[in-house]
Design a protein around this ligand. Structure first.
Ligand code: AP5
Length: 214
């Protein structure tokens, strides 16, 4: 089915999935291929935490307990971010929208073309997140599946403790269903098995994006 005709790289994508489903891992590759900015609300917030800004201080308490920040804060961040020049040929959201209010707000300012949902079983998610390690410049490794090379300095996210992961999962399952229905009605929702090997998952994502955008 030919769904969209737009110039190369002109595409708005949302990556969706439970914590640890692989949104960030695959978003980096998609962003490179289509030359669109990878906008991760989690990364934006972690950056604010690192800089100890007022927003960062507010964000930290929510993030450390696995809860979502209030919609008005996130909506303001996104509206501001979308005004930047690099979004004129598209964007790739990772971690947004996470509530129906966020999805409805996005609808008033932009038309997403694809929602890619990575589905993953909870036991694998726990293993992936407790094993996740990250470098200072954002490269994602995993002590079980993709260990960092010797000598590479990595750290563990504060919210990657098992108890917090379980709360993040609970929050995800609490909020996901209305968002999924919202995008299914628009016929832009694509579900992919997120528990396959990384190359296999990525190939499936590219197949969907390439097939539907030419
Ligand atoms: P955020 O940073 O968005 O975290 P998350 O959604 O919980 O997702 P993660 O980053 O943990 O997982 P991922 O799917 O990106 O997995 P990854 O690719 O790293 O949000 C953090 C917090 O910020 C929230 O809890 C909330 O407080 C706040 N927040 C953010 N956005 C918000 C919003 N819109 N509204 C309100 N609050 C918000 O992969 C995980 C691991 O698995 C890695 O080690 C990777 O190497 C490995 N892996 C991935 N895929 C594979 C594969 N196919 N095979 C083998 N290993 C794999």
């Amino acid at each position: 089915m030919v769904k969209f005709i737009f110039k190369e790289c002109d595409v708005n994508i949302i990556m969706m999935g439970a914590p640890g489903a692989g949104k960030g891992t695959h978003a980096k590759e998609i962003s490179k291929k289509y030359q669109i900015p990878h906008i991760s609300t989690g990364d934006i917030l972690r950056d604010e935490v690192k800089k100890s800004t007022k927003l960062g201080k507010t964000a930290k308490s929510y993030m450390d307990s696995g809860k979502l920040l209030p919609d008005d804060i996130i909506i303001e961040i996104i509206k501001y971010r979308l005004q930047r020049d690099d979004c004129k040929n598209g964007y790739l959201f990772d971690g947004f929208p996470r509530t129906i209010a966020q999805a409805e707000m996005l609808d008033t300012v932009s038309d997403p073309d694809f929602v890619i949902y990575l589905k993953c079983p909870d036991d694998l998610i726990i293993k992936r997140l407790t094993g996740r390690r990250i470098t200072k410049d954002g490269k994602i490794y995993n002590i079980y599946f993709d260990p960092p090379p010797q000598g590479v300095e990595v750290y563990q996210r504060d919210d990657d403790k098992e108890e917090t992961i379980r709360e993040r999962l609970r929050v995800f399952y609490d909020t996901f269903s209305p968002i999924m229905d919202f995008y299914k009605k628009k016929d832009i929702f694509y579900e992919i098995k997120g528990d396959d090997d990384r190359d296999v998952v990525l190939e499936q994502i590219f197949r969907i994006l390439d097939h539907n955008k030419t």
